[in-house]
Design a binder for this molecule. Structure first.
Ligand code: URA
Length: 260
């Protein structure tokens, strides 16, 4: 089933769109920056790219650090559940590995578990998760079907603070291994922490949106975190554009000779 544009906007909670344009400008706050990032290289603009230069992460693969580079899913899950690589393990109820189709088209990566996720062991089950589900519905997908959802860190940062750079670095080998096992056709980074974890980039989201990056040969695109969108309604329309860009990028990947 494919939805009309209007239906998709409704699914994302951004219809009628003129309501969003009336929202107070004071609410437009960029997501807070993540510290100590190394730059990445954007590879293509939202307009159809003439060439497809490759973004290469500026930091080397880190799977060796935790020796997880050869683990299968059950062993990876076991290692994540017992991980003590950073201090986030001290206050977690449980580590949250991820959820969904293990041969997905889309991999969505968020920041880290919140209180509800920590309690239930599944990413994005709170308010932000409801919006993420609407975003997925707008793409005609649902968790468990063509999509896998993970986070930059597997353990809840106390008070839902942004994960520290060192915490994301400690957790990166697990995410890197997940990506290698999943082999998604496209990765969608939700917010600055995910951008930092995967692309090692600290530029504003506004400057990274609409560009195609790459990790391990997989196209990567960037959009706003659903929790940010809940506080900044006008940017939902931009997130919608980003999802269309993601879908176009996925389709180009699957059938590069067809115009989209
Ligand atoms: N926010 C995230 O980034 N991830 C979750 O799992 C929940 C909220």
């Amino acid at each position: 089933m494919s939805l009309s544009r209007e239906q998709m906007l409704v699914e994302m909670g951004i219809s009628p769109i003129w309501v969003l344009r009336d929202a107070p400008a004071a609410e437009r706050v960029e997501e807070s920056p993540v510290r100590e990032a190394a730059p990445s290289v954007p590879i293509a603009e939202a307009a159809p790219p003439a060439v497809r230069p490759v973004h290469r992460a500026s930091e080397p693969p880190a799977a060796a650090a935790l020796d997880v580079g050869a683990l299968d899913w059950p062993e990876l899950a076991r290692r994540v559940a017992g991980c003590r690589a950073c201090s986030l393990c001290e206050q977690r109820k449980q580590a949250v590995l991820g959820v969904g189709d293990t041969s997905p088209d889309y991999l969505f990566i968020g920041e880290g578990p919140g209180a509800e996720e920590d309690a239930r062991g599944e990413p994005f089950v709170g308010q932000a998760g409801k919006l993420l589900d609407s975003m997925l519905a707008a793409l005609d997908i649902a968790r468990g079907n063509r999509v896998y959802i993970a986070n930059a860190v597997k353990c809840r940062p106390p008070g839902n603070r942004t994960p520290e750079v060192a915490e994301m670095a400690a957790c990166w080998p697990y995410l890197e291994r997940q990506i290698a096992l999943l082999k998604p056709k496209i990765i969608v980074l939700l917010g600055k922490a995910a951008v930092h974890a995967v692309l090692h980039d600290d530029k504003s989201l506004g400057s990274l949106r609409g560009k195609r990056f790459e990790h391990a040969g997989i196209p990567v695109v960037v959009t706003y975190h659903p929790a940010y969108l809940l506080r900044n309604l006008p940017d939902k329309a931009k997130a919608w554009e980003d999802l269309l860009f993601a879908r176009r990028t996925l389709r180009e990947q699957q059938a590069p000779e067809l115009p989209f």
